[in-house]
Design a protein around this ligand. Structure first.
Ligand SMILES: [Ca+2]
Ligand SMILES: [Ca+2]
Length: 87
């Protein structure tokens, strides 16, 4: 039994929902994916400034679509950016 790892778990468990809540203030993939085919096309992203600006970064395989893996990778980067700004 390690107290350290318990503390780490508590921190992760508390902080992750908070970070998710920060992103939830923006559009979720479900909201952006207007035709519900599971990927975001450039047309669907057009209304979302953040996606337009970061498109080339988010679309890692350059197929001009953002799939859920690419979207959540971007979410994670957003979260760590928020973290950096916070302290
Ligand atoms: Ca779509
Ligand atoms: Ca892609």
């Amino acid at each position: 039994m390690s107290i350290k790892s318990n503390v780490k778990c508590v921190l992760v468990c508390c902080l992750f929902p908070m970070a998710t809540a920060v992103w939830a203030g923006d559009d979720s993939m479900k909201d952006i994916d207007a035709n519900g085919d599971g990927v975001i096309s450039k047309q669907e992203a057009a209304d979302n400034k953040k996606l337009v600006i970061n498109w080339s970064t988010i679309d890692r395989n350059k197929d001009d679509k953002i799939d859920s893996a690419e979207f959540s990778a971007f979410e994670m980067e957003e979260m760590s950016d928020h973290d950096k700004d916070a302290d």
